[in-house]
Design a protein around this ligand. Structure first.
Ligand code: ZN
Length: 340
């Protein structure tokens, strides 16, 4: 009967360890004092000084060394107070376990995601300052993360616990994946990986950027069978085609070309059959005609790329296709040049 209780207490104690460890790290990091470093095989005064970003002279002086001779097993005092200059200015190193990828000509984020076997969310989490998902300059450097999570920059070591709590990250996981074992591992301006934290804000911002860059996306992918404008009906007659026709099998999803509010969703007596109309920010409207099914209702907000209806051949139509119109300022214009 004693063993299980004992085990449970130990498990409980272990769960407290990472938080206590982090607090201890912070206390040490903030104290204007010395840290201790046991000399390892291969260490030199210079390598230790550079590891902790202090001058060799500071290390020599703090340990009253006669020269630069040190031996494995010696315990050196590292003057933490000296380790300030240049730290913030130094380019932040990627967190432990990250790789770098320099974007080459012709590469896309979806290609990179596939190549490294990660998700787009993970890539965005590792690079939350990305300017775009679709139009990135060649040569931009991307961090390739080992998994899902968010990379944040730690402005000051004293903010560590606050940051971990603000994002709801697991302190133990944060300490582990960032290799936080001593106060020297915490630096102002360092990049901190918060595993399993979703890059919600970055994803929302990039969705808006994507929409601004590609104002209207193709509502259906298929064969363009009729262009906008006057079309000859033969025998000296002509009609004005107010949109474009895209042939696709019945039931193919039709997506909103841009986000907006549904202003019409139902049967049109004017030959459009089942028709959806969406009003977009700024007042432009897109129309989607001949649907076999409508999946939205009036007043509903839809996002770009969201399925709103299914391809059909209702109304004045000779086969399954989408008739798509773009209205700007109350007039139908040629949508072809606006579609991306
Ligand atoms: Zn048409």
């Amino acid at each position: 009967m004693e063993t299980p209780v004992h085990v449970r207490m130990r498990e409980g104690a272990w769960r407290v360890v990472p938080v206590v460890l982090l607090v201890a790290l912070l206390a040490l990091a903030q104290a204007d004092s010395y840290g201790l470093r046991t000399v390892q095989t291969g260490d030199s005064v210079g390598s230790i000084a550079s590891r902790y970003r202090v001058g060799s002279a500071s290390v020599i002086e703090a340990n009253q060394l006669a020269g630069t001779l040190i031996r494995p097993g010696d315990v050196l005092r590292i003057p933490l107070g000296d380790a300030t200059g240049g730290i913030v200015e130094a380019a932040p190193e990627p967190p432990f376990g990250f790789r770098r990828h320099v974007l080459a000509s012709g590469e896309t984020l979806s290609g990179i995601v596939a190549r490294y076997g990660i998700t787009l969310d993970a890539l965005v989490g590792a690079n939350p300052d990305l300017s775009s998902l679709d139009r990135l300059p060649v040569g931009v450097e991307l961090l390739i993360p080992p998994g899902e999570g968010l990379v944040v920059q730690l402005e000051h070591p004293s903010l560590l616990l606050e940051v971990v709590a603000a994002y709801g990250a697991d302190p133990m996981a944060v300490a582990r994946v960032n290799g936080l074992r001593t106060p020297f591992d915490l630096r102002a301006g360092m990049l901190l990986f918060l595993p399993d934290v979703e890059p919600t804000a970055a994803l929302e911002r990039l969705a808006k950027v994507r929409e601004a860059e590609n104002r209207y996306v193709w509502p259906v992918h298929g064969r363009l069978t009729s262009y906008f404008g006057r079309r000859n009906l033969g025998m000296g007659t002509a009609a004005f085609h107010r949109g474009i026709d895209v042939a696709a099998p019945t039931g193919t999803p039709i997506v909103a070309a841009r986000s907006g509010t549904v202003t019409f969703a139902g049967w049109s007596a004017r030959g459009y059959g089942n028709l959806v109309r969406i009003r977009h920010p700024g007042g432009a409207e897109t129309w989607y005609a001949h649907a076999s099914r409508i999946l939205v209702s009036v007043g509903q907000h839809v996002s770009q790329g969201q399925t709103i209806a299914l391809v059909g051949s209702t109304g004045l139509s000779t086969g399954p296709h989408l008739h798509f119109e773009l209205h700007v300022g109350g007039r139908a214009i040629d949508p072809l040049h606006e579609l991306r």
